[in-house]
Design a protein around this ligand. Structure first.
Ligand code: UDP
Length: 321
């Protein structure tokens, strides 16, 4: 349990969450190997880390055999597109990285005697009948729906992870990540916060899907990373929710972003995508008890930091490099 984890592979390390993890692990004196095929990850996210003596980047598709020379203490499997817009654009890649990618990551962990932490998701709960969702809830997922490619890939990934634990004795952790936001989200990945930020900054209409009464619970990225690293270093095997229990409607979120951006944008209503969950809120009793963790950053503060980052990133995007 107290074994130091020094040499760590982060799959999807150039993604939104992956790059924040790499940065934090380097700050904590780890050696970080980052693998990413840049399907949805961005070199910009890891550019500042490239010269670091304890950081290496490999442009690699982790659905293939994973080779790492030398010892390895942990594998953090974060590779996967994760935006609902990607569910329609990249369905096969999502299924492959959740299934084949998880298999390869587990195989590597087994060969190296490393701990594996799987990035799972609140999508395992689907469109839930219980709110908030505790880890003991089995979920309500449409396996053949548009979201099914992601939900079922992650459910399969959890099953595979527990099978490697039970059958091969691999030391595993599973984090069920709820909606997260912050700097380095993809500007145009179609998710609510990037859309609302971009629209508010440009003074374009804010597109709220459905009547905006559906809820989500948004966690600022720094809090999430702290929770994940505590889970990694804990002795807890089995899924654990990490997210912010503050639940809000999407209409409330749209209004909060308009206010923070001091934007003239108006709200317009668009069709609700199929199988869009009506409510989502983590029960974080387990994380509170086992990790002594809960989010610290109020959503409004996180939104302000995210707004500043989006404003700069959108500015840079307009200047051809
Ligand atoms: N949504 C919205 N407008 C947008 C994008 C998303 O109202 O421009 C809604 C979406 O239908 C969902 C919620 O915002 O109810 C959160 O969507 P997101 O894509 O961020 O992630 P999800 O939680 O659905 O995986």
């Amino acid at each position: 349990m107290t074994r130091p984890l020094r040499r760590i592979l982060v799959t999807g390390g150039a993604g939104f969450l992956g790059s924040h993890l790499c940065e934090r692990l380097l700050a904590e004196d780890c050696e970080v190997l980052c693998f990413d095929n840049l399907l949805t990850g961005k070199m910009d996210n890891v550019e500042p880390l490239l010269g670091h003596p304890r950081f290496s980047f490999e442009h690699y598709d982790v659905t293939n055999f994973l080779y790492v020379a030398g010892p390895l203490d942990a594998v953090l499997h974060f590779a996967s597109p994760a935006s609902p817009a990607d569910f329609e654009r990249l369905p096969i890649q999502i299924l492959k990285v959740g299934s084949l990618g998880t298999h390869k990551a587990l195989g590597l962990a087994k060969a190296k005697g490393a701990r594996l932490l799987l990035a799972s998701t609140s999508e395992c709960y689907g469109d839930p009948e219980v709110n908030p969702q505790p880890e003991t809830y089995w979920g309500r997922v449409n396996p053949i729906g548009i979201r099914g490619v992601y939900d079922e890939a992650k459910r399969f990934a959890e099953a595979m992870t527990m099978a490697y634990h039970r059958h091969h004795g691999v030391d595993v952790r599973i984090v069920r990540i709820f909606n997260t936001f912050g700097p380095r989200m993809q500007l145009h990945d179609g998710r609510a916060i990037p859309n609302f930020m971009t629209q508010a900054i440009r003074g374009e209409p804010i597109t709220v899907f459905g009547d905006g009464g559906q809820t989500r619970s948004f966690c600022y990225v720094d809090d999430l990373i702290e929770g994940i690293l505590r889970l990694l270093r804990s002795g807890y095997v089995g899924p654990m929710n990490i997210g912010n229990p503050r639940e809000m409607t999407l209409l409330e979120m749209a209004k909060a972003i308009i206010q923070i951006a001091d934007s003239p944008s108006e709200i317009v209503f668009r069709g609700l995508p199929p199988d869009d969950p009506k409510v989502r809120r983590p029960d974080i009793s387990l994380a509170r008890k086992v990790l002594d963790w809960e989010p610290k950053v109020p959503v409004e503060d996180g939104l302000r930091r995210t707004y500043e980052w989006f404003r700069d990133a959108l500015d840079k995007e307009q200047v051809p490099r």
